[in-house]
Design a protein around this ligand. Structure first.
Ligand SMILES: NC(=O)c1ccc[n+]([C@@H]2O[C@H](COP(=O)([O-])OP(=O)(O)OC[C@H]3O[C@@H](n4cnc5c(N)ncnc54)[C@H](OP(=O)(O)O)[C@@H]3O)[C@@H](O)[C@H]2O)c1
Length: 247
């Protein structure tokens, strides 16, 4: 069923992984879909593959976010679906070994960038719009060597709930989706290629369902929250992690 027809959707970080899979699903459900990213060629290639509209923006930079809002406003008027997905894991380090540049890059993209993406897009959202933040199940877990990433996502969860209250009078819904290990490009950006297969295999073994997720598993939840079928859901967090959090 094409239940997103006539909707305009924007996905930040849409050139790979969960953002790409969700943009593809938005398009299949009939939404006009914009994907953003910081690497022009990668964003244009990805958009070309699925029929999305590519716009270049580094979500960690306020000037880029403001320019993106301007371009969306000029080309499309208003947005119905805002999927704030762009994020990085950064380096795995103990708090005792923390480095300022890692702290800054994770927080600049995952927290500051996500926060200001919402903030600057608020005037461009249609009443009744749906905003979805891509958080993580680790936002409510405490694993060593992931303090900065966990903190960035935990902060997003609380911001989403406050935003849900601030925007409720315009019937704008704000929710978070919190995946567990989901096989995307995310680890390839922080670890050597030969380590990556082993990490995913180990992760699968610690999950009760004994498998890691696929980007499409997450995309299905995001597209549901974006649809009018979810019109009574706001301020909620949806964990998709093969049972990792309850184990
Ligand atoms: N995969 C998992 O296991 C998992 C679990 C929980 C939560 N998450 C979250 O899911 C989200 C998507 O990650 P993914 O797993 O799909 O990884 P991914 O394949 O690396 O996708 C992340 C996307 O975000 C983009 N991005 C990163 N920094 C950006 C910036 N400053 N400006 C614009 N775009 C930027 C990336 O662009 P480039 O290609 O240029 O890097 C890429 O398109 C992230 O927020 C991540 O924290 C992932």
């Amino acid at each position: 069923m094409k239940n997103l027809t006539n909707k305009i959707a924007l996905v930040t970080g849409g050139n790979s992984g969960i953002g790409y899979a969700t943009a593809k699903e938005f398009l299949e459900l009939g939404a006009t879909t914009i994907i953003t990213g910081r690497r022009k060629q990668a964003v244009e290639d990805a958009a070309g593959e699925i029929g999305a509209i590519p716009l270049i923006a580094d979500q960690s930079k306020l000037a880029d976010i403001e320019q993106l809002v301007k371009e969306v406003q000029e080309q499309f008027g208003k947005l119905d679906i805002l999927f704030i997905n762009a994020g990085i894991t950064g380096e795995a380090t103990l708090i005792s070994d923390a480095k300022e540049d890692n702290f800054d890059s994770v927080m600049d993209i995952n927290l500051k960038g996500a926060y200001f993406t919402l903030s600057k897009f608020i005037p461009v959202l249609n009443d009744g719009a749906s905003v979805i933040f891509l958080s993580s199940n680790v936002a409510s877990m405490n694993k060593p060597q992931s303090s900065v990433y966990q903190a960035s996502k935990a902060a997003l969860n609380t911001i989403a709930k406050t935003a849900a209250l601030e925007l409720a009078d315009r019937k704008i819904r704000v929710n978070t989706v919190s995946p567990g290990p989901t096989r995307t490009e995310v680890l390839n950006k922080s670890y050597d290629a030969e380590m990556v297969d082993g990490i995913w295999d180990n992760l699968a073994q610690i999950l009760p369902l004994k498998k890691v997720g696929k980007p499409e598993d997450v995309a299905k939840m995001v597209t549901y929250l974006a649809s009018d079928a979810a019109s009574f859901i706001t301020g909620s967090d949806f964990v998709i992690d093969g049972g990792m959090k309850i184990n």
